[in-house]
Structures are given as structure tokens and as C-alpha cells.
Design a protein around this ligand. Structure first.
Ligand SMILES: [Zn+2]
Length: 221
């Protein structure tokens, strides 16, 4: 039995999914064609949370490898999220409209354009820095530098691991929301960083507010 960690887009929680919680089937293209044999992998995942139990559906296109009369799933070519239609999460905190819009649009765009999604994600990160930390506008990289030493060391580590990763970091040096070439997986990484930072900044602040309100209620202040 294998287990893996999975984030449910419906109840917005990390869940451990076991084999019984997912169903995978294949559809193979074996007709001779210009691009070669292909395999479509269809994946259903059912949320193990008893209150939720919603299913997610995604399909991915792969190459199809054959050896003798056995066939194998080859290189991943493209993934589509079908249910829910976008991978955007819901957060238990109010976000500035510009942050929320850019985040949701980046999640939506990733299905058809990595370049557009990465540009929207960089714009979203910049909006967050200007809103939450009131940084002076500059390149994204420079805006991040302004919060070094202020943010939680673990959060900074997450930022630095992306900021220092070669061409992804270089593109953060650009001013403005230009659409630039992207590395494979770059948009995914940037969206992941946005989600980490929304959690660490906006959601944590909201939780602190709630705790404080509760204390005040008890002490009657
Ligand atoms: Zn769920």
C-alpha cells in the first residue's frame, strides 16, 4: 500500500491519500501518427476527510513506451486539471483584491500558458510585498531583499530557494510584469511560493487576530 500527501482543493487541507482513495486509468493512442504513440492518464482522487469526500479529476498526456508486448507510461507532456477547473485554493483570510485576482488568474493560466502564469505569479508576489510589507516598488528581487531580516527565517528560506535558482531568480530582476520565457515548472514553483506566503502572512495574521479577540472576550477588555 502506498500513501502520499495531497492537498484537497475543496476542504483546503493537506491529506494523506492511500491507494483506495484514487483511481487511475489509461487511454492509449497507438495509431501511427506524426507525434508518436501517446498515453492519456486519467486520475481521480477522493478526499479522505469524512466531512469532505469530494473528488478531483485530472488528466495528463504522456509518451507511450513499449518493450516487447508491454507498454509503459512515458515522459509527461501536459497536465489538465478538470475538476476543480483551476488549482487555486481558498484561503481562510481576506486578501487584497489585486493579490487574489492575480493568484487566481495565474492558477487558471497555468493550464494553457506557463509564460503567462509565471508573469501573473510574479505580479502577485509583488502586490503582496507592497501590501503586506509596504516595500518600495522596484524589481521583484529588490522588493524581496527589502524584507530580508524582517520575515520569519523559514519563510525567507522558501523565498531564497526560488530567488537563487538560476534563471528564475534572474527573471525576478526585471521591473514590471513582463511576459518572459520560462523554465519548465517555474510557474508551478512561483504559485507554490505565493500559497506559502499567503499562509505565512495573511492567514497567520488572521489567526492571531482571532486569538486576540478571544482573549479580549474572556478578559472583558
Ligand atoms: Zn477535502
Amino acid at each position: 500500500m502506498s500513501e502520499y500527501l495531497w492537498h484537497c482543493p475543496f476542504c483546503n487541507r493537506d491529506q494523506t491519500v492511500i491507494d483506495e482513495g484514487r483511481q487511475i486509468s489509461f487511454a492509449d493512442l497507438t495509431i501511427d501518427n506524426a507525434d508518436g504513440p501517446r498515453r492519456l492518464v486519467i486520475k481521480f482522487v477522493v478526499c479522505p476527510d469524512t466531512q469532505c469526500r469530494k473528488f478531483s479529476l485530472s488528466v495528463s498526456l504522456h509518451g507511450l513506451e513499449t518493450s516487447g508486448n508491454r507498454s509503459y507510461t512515458g515522459k509527461l507532456l501536459k497536465t489538465w486539471g478538470l475538476i476543480p477547473p483551476s488549482r487555486a485554493r481558498a484561503f481562510p483570510a481576506e486578501l487584497p483584491p489585486a493579490v487574489l485576482e492575480n493568484y487566481q488568474e495565474a492558477c487558471f493560466a497555468i493550464e494553457f500558458s506557463q509564460k503567462v502564469a509565471a508573469a501573473l505569479a510574479r505580479r502577485c508576489l509583488s502586490e503582496m510585498l507592497r501590501d503586506f510589507w509596504e516595500v518600495q516598488p522596484g524589481s521583484l528581487s529588490d522588493e524581496f531583499r527589502q524584507i530580508k531580516g524582517t520575515v520569519d527565517p523559514l519563510t525567507w528560506e522558501a523565498i531564497e530557494s526560488i530567488r537563487k535558482s538560476g534563471t528564475i531568480g534572474t527573471r525576478m530582476e526585471n521591473i514590471g510584469a513582463e511576459i518572459l520565457d520560462t523554465d519548465p515548472g517555474e510557474a508551478e514553483l512561483l504559485i507554490g511560493l505565493i500559497e506559502t506566503l499567503i499562509q505565512d502572512w495573511y492567514v497567520s495574521r488572521e489567526e492571531r487576530r482571532k486569538r486576540l479577540a478571544k482573549i479580549k472576550e474572556i478578559t472583558g477588555e
